[in-house]
Design a protein around this ligand. Structure first.
Ligand code: MSP
Length: 518
């Protein structure tokens, strides 16, 4: 039986078009999915859209359309962008789909049956942009405005169903303490733990459905109420797998992928994922996900992104960056520029510097020098590797480290450390060429075997760099690997170790992989 790997992104609100922040999580999830597929795992990668809730109802009414019309229009922007960015999701869930709505009702009915839900009254503040309840003290501290978008909070006073969150909080604390990897990064885990230890109240999980113009999933026990949008949304990670089984055509399609390996999210939605979701799952006796990883936020050119400030990185801006460089360069930059988990700043200048430094001068230059020399001295065929010497040892060591450590870093979503391994191998190989000076040896016939060993070493390093870079830059690496005769099916276990490159493989020098930019 193959080991499964299940990765998810948040499902995105359809009140507005996608921007850099959405693309960041989705690209990171895609990198994990591609990596683990190449590592031989049975991967499921899910993304989708969050279509219910007051936020969508309001956005639709401002535009004079129905929520369904708005969702149908905006979802296309997400789906097209994912296609443009080479995202390899296996499924795309929309919370307005019957397959999801029916399963949410089924899960809520089970909570009712287990007496995990009771009728009470909610009185307090609500942040409609975040679809989040706000405590009296937080509301006072923020002058009754949203801490995220500064809009006034809404006052609610209505009958509502509550989920017994408080009852499950102690069990959750135990789980987080016993499983250090459950909430990541570490600093976020500590934040969640200390907030949990201050005590949590039961969670209001329904809204009067008429306040939402009927847009939502009706509570199965009382259709005058609809299920709170976050409970509806979080369930997508489970319902998309066709569980629980309800007798439709989706039944059990992906049941084997649960529990999820990693929910990738942004730091602003950590509490929902690290507290509400696991407590609901515990109440239902469903195993908890292995890891919830909260990444940081992107600012742009040093400031918080905002449409009015003109530094917003919209779908159109992403398209223009991809046109100037390539989709793969955009993917590389997002994964490379900041430690996953920390905040980062997007700047066109920094992008150009990294592109020229690491891609054009680093990997691109190594590849073109290597292929050129193999073309010139060995008619384009990788020469056989003779006796290796100390000179090769650093390159081989860097390649072996990449092979043995790559999986561990991907498991921890440590993309920057993974990319450091690739860049160490690139640097070691470029330094190796400087030191061994193959272009000089080529003038001396008695050095033919040594020259062959050096160029084999360079070609093998290039192959491994491309192979491991492939999850991040799929199109570029597949093209270049093909020019080295490496099959698209090559997995890390068959092809990831040093020495798998066969002598006499033909290499073709095509256009430069990363032409320098001014
Ligand atoms: N619908 C909810 C998620 C439900 S998941 C069960 C939601 N949607 S969202 O569209 O508002 O945001 C989705 C993600 O985008 C969040 O993870 C958020 O952190 C991320 N980002 C929004 N702006 C961002 C940046 N400027 N930078 C990085 N990510 C950011 O929340």
């Amino acid at each position: 039986m193959t080991d499964t790997y299940y990765v998810t992104t948040p499902i995105y609100y359809v009140n507005d078009k996608p921007h850099i922040g959405h693309s960041y999580t989705t690209i990171a999830a895609d990198v994990l999915a591609r990596f683990f597929r190449l590592a031989g795992r049975d991967v499921r990668f899910l993304t989708g859209t969050d279509e219910h809730g007051i936020k969508i109802v309001k956005a639709a009414s401002e535009k004079g359309v129905t929520p369904m019309e708005l969702a149908d229009e905006v979802v296309v922007h997400f789906q097209e962008l994912w296609k443009d960015l080479d995202i390899s999701n296996d499924d795309f869930i929309r919370t307005s789909q019957p397959r999801h709505e029916k399963r949410v009702q089924n899960l809520v009915a089970e909570l009712v049956k287990r007496d995990e839900i009771y009728l009470g009254k909610y009185e307090g503040w609500y942040d409609e942009g975040q679809e989040e309840f706000v405590t009296e003290s937080t509301a006072r501290d923020s002058e009754y405005k949203s801490v995220i978008n500064d809009r006034p909070l809404t006052r609610y006073s209505e009958e509502s169903y509550f989920f017994r969150l408080g009852k499950w909080a102690p069990r959750l604390i135990e789980h987080i303490e016993a499983n250090p990897g459950f909430v990541q990064p570490e600093a976020r885990r500590n934040e969640v733990l200390s907030k949990l230890k201050m005590g949590v109240e039961d969670l209001s999980i329904s809204r009067r459905i008429e306040k939402l113009g009927g847009w939502g999933v009706p509570m199965p026990n009382d259709p005058a109420h609809s299920v709170y949008v976050w409970i509806d949304a979080l369930s997508n990670y489970y319902t998309a797998l066709g569980v629980p089984e309800i007798g439709d055509e989706y039944d059990g399609v992906g049941g084997k992928y649960w529990p999820c390996d990693v929910h990738l999210i942004g730091k602003d939605i950590l509490w929902f994922h690290a507290v509400y979701w696991p407590c609901v799952l515990m109440a239902l006796d469903i195993p908890l996900p292995r890891c919830i990883f909260a990444h940081g936020w992107w600012t742009s050119e040093g400031r918080k992104m905002s449409k009015s400030m003109g530094n917003f990185i919209s779908r159109e801006d992403i398209a223009s960056i991809c046109e100037e460089y390539s989709v793969d360069v955009y993917r590389y930059y997002l994964m490379r520029a900041v430690t996953f988990g920390a905040d980062g700043d997007f700047s066109r200048t920094a992008l150009r510097e990294r592109y020229n430094g690491e891609l054009a001068n680093g990997i691109g230059n190594l590849l073109s020098r290597t292929f050129k020399m193999i073309g010139k001295y060995f008619d384009g065929e990788v020469p056989p590797c003779g006796q290796t010497t100390d000179a090769e040892s650093e390159v081989i060591a860097a390649a072996e480290k990449l092979h043995t450590s790559a999986g561990g870093f991907m498991d921890l979503c440590a993309f920057e450390k993974y990319l450091d391994l690739i860049s160490s191998l690139t640097t070691a190989t470029n330094v190796y060429i400087e030191r061994t000076q193959p272009f000089k040896l080529a003038k001396d016939d008695s050095q033919a075997e040594r020259l062959a060993t050096i160029l084999y070493t360079c070609a093998e390093a290039v192959r491994l760099i491309l192979l491991y870079l492939r999850p991040i830059m799929p199109a570029t690496c597949e093209r270049a690997l093909e020019a080295m005769g490496v099959s698209a099916e090559a997995t890390f276990s068959q092809a990831g170790a040093w020495g798998a490159l066969e002598a006499s493989t033909r290499v073709r020098q095509g256009d430069p992989l990363f032409p320098r930019k001014q």
